[in-house]
Design a protein around this ligand. Structure first.
Ligand code: NAP
Length: 249
C-alpha cells in the first residue's frame, strides 16, 4: 500500500529519544525517509534507525549539535547528498536547565536559549532556501505549554518556547510564497527522559492538572505531527495544543 509520505525526505532533530524518536518512527511508517538527528547519544539514534529498518522503512542517523552552526550546515549538506532535498523538517530537539529567575546562571540561560530557540533558527535557516527550491514543504516546531502559559522555575525554557511561537508565525508568513507551511505544536507534559527526574508525586500532580487526568505519550504527539506534514493543506502559522486539556485557551 502506498504511504502518504512515500518519496519524502524528513529531518527530525533530536530524533534519537522521546518525542523525536516516536516521530521518526511514525513518519517512516508512512513512507518518509527519515534523517534521525542526535547530539551525543549515537546508540539511541542507531536503535531508532534499526527499529525503522526492521519495520521495512528507511532512515539514517546524523550527529549535530543544533546550537553549533558548522555542525548543522555539515549535517544538512550530508543528508541532502545522501537522500535529496529535505521537504519535511521537525524542529524537535530541546533541552532544559530549570531554575527560578533568582537562581538562574548565565550559562543555564544561554544554553537553553541556544539549543531550543537559536538551534531551531540554525536548522531552519540552512534548509529554508533548499526547501523552497524543491517546491516547498512542512516545518513543525515543537514548542511547549510552558511557552504559552509560563511555569515556575522554567524561565529560560518558557522564553525559548514562547520565542518559537513568534518564529513560527513569522516564518509562516515568509514561507507562503515558496509553499513552505510552518506550524507549531505545544505539548503538555509527555512521558520522556525530559521529565524522568520528576518524583512520582510531582508527576501525579501534573497529571491532575490535565482535564484528561494523565500525562501524554510520545506517540500522541507524533501522530499529530504526521497529520500536519502529510494531510494538512490549509494550515500555516498555527499552534496546536496537545496537552490533555492542561491549558485551554
Ligand atoms: P528528550 O526525551 O529529553 O530528548 C531530547 C532529544 O533532543 C534527544 O534526542 C537529544 O539528543 C536531542 N537534543 C538535545 N540537545 C540537542 C542538541 N543540542 N542538538 C541536537 N539534539 C539535541 O526530550 P523530549 O521530551 O522528547 O522533548 C522533545 C521536544 O519536545 C523538546 O523540544 C521539548 O522541549 C519538547 N517538549 C517536551 C515535553 C515533555 O513533557 N517531554 C513537553 C513539551 C515540549 P541525544 O539523544 O543525542 O541527547
Amino acid at each position: 500500500m502506498a504511504g502518504l509520505l512515500d518519496g519524502k525526505i524528513a529531518l527530525v532533530t533530536g530524533g534519537s529519544r522521546g518525542i523525536g524518536r516516536a516521530t521518526s518512527i511514525e513518519l517512516a511508517a508512512h513512507g518518509a525517509t527519515v534523517a534521525v538527528n542526535y547530539n551525543s547519544n549515537k546508540e539511541a539514534a542507531d536503535e531508532v534507525v534499526s527499529t525503522i529498518e526492521k519495520a521495512g522503512g528507511k532512515a539514517a542517523a546524523y550527529q549535530a549539535d543544533i546550537s553549533n552552526r558548522d555542525q548543522v550546515n555539515s549535517m544538512v549538506d550530508q543528508v541532502v547528498a545522501d537522500h535529496g532535498p529535505i521537504t519535511i523538517l521537525i524542529n524537535n530537539a530541546g533541552a532544559t536547565a530549570d531554575r527560578t529567575l533568582r537562581n538562574m546562571s548565565d550559562e543555564q540561560w544561554d544554553s537553553v536559549i541556544e539549543v531550543n530557540l537559536t538551534g531551531t533558527f540554525n536548522v531552519t535557516k540552512k534548509i529554508w532556501n533548499l526547501m523552497g527550491e524543491a517546491g516547498g514543504g512542512h516545518i513543525v516546531n515543537i514548542s511547549s505549554i510552558v511557552g504559552e502559559a509560563g511555569r515556575l522555575g522554567l524561565i529560560n525554557y518558557a522564553t525559548a518556547k514562547a520565542g518559537l511561537l513568534g518564529f513560527t508565525k513569522t516564518a509562516a508568513r515568509e514561507g507562503a510564497r515558496t509553499n513552505i507551511h510552518v506550524n507549531a505544536i505545544a505539548p503538555g507534559f509527555i512521558e520522556t527522559d525530559m521529565i524522568s527526574g520528576l518524583s512520582p508525586e510531582m508527576k501525579e500532580g501534573l497529571a491532575k492538572e490535565a482535564v484528561l487526568g494523565r500525562l501524554g505519550e510520545t506517540e500522541e504527539i507524533a501522530k499529530v505531527i504526521r497529520f500536519i506534514v502529510s494531510e494538512s493543506t490549509y494550515m500555516t502559522g498555527a499552534t496546536i495544543d496537545v496537552n490533555g486539556g492542561m491549558y485551554i485557551r
